[in-house]
Design a protein around this ligand. Sequence first.
Ligand code: TYD
Length: 128
Amino acid sequence: MIRIPVHADGRGSLAVAELGGVLPFPARRAYWIYGVPAGASRGAHAHRKLSQFIVCVAGSARVTLSDGRTREGVVLRSPAEGLLVAPMMWEEITEMTADCVLMVLADAEYDEADYIRDHGQFLRDAGA
Ligand code: TYD
């Protein structure tokens, strides 16, 4: 989890994720997930090379990460913090509230070949 600097004043708050400050990589792609129906889950895959930075800009969601040996979940509920997801981490997103918006910054363009969508394959590739 990375704390994001916030500039707050009487007009509200502005949070900044800048390369070298909060962001450990140059973002080459941004996407956001929203409008997820109650009980639906997202993710359930890993990336071979991609690094991602996930910010819950509204609502809340649980993100569970596993390296094949250890599995840990965190609830994202603040636009002032981001979760860094390294390559070769199995990622599951659950418990998204109706108002949840997850913004994701990624260090590469979309490439389906970078995904591992089969959990057994992930465990084999992770050497777990
Ligand atoms: P998917 O990886 O299944 O979403 P999630 O990780 O939230 O479970 O992606 C959903 C669809 O969107 C799938 O058809 C691939 C497409 N997609 C893109 O075209 N570009 C992107 O940058 C991303 C993340 C997904």
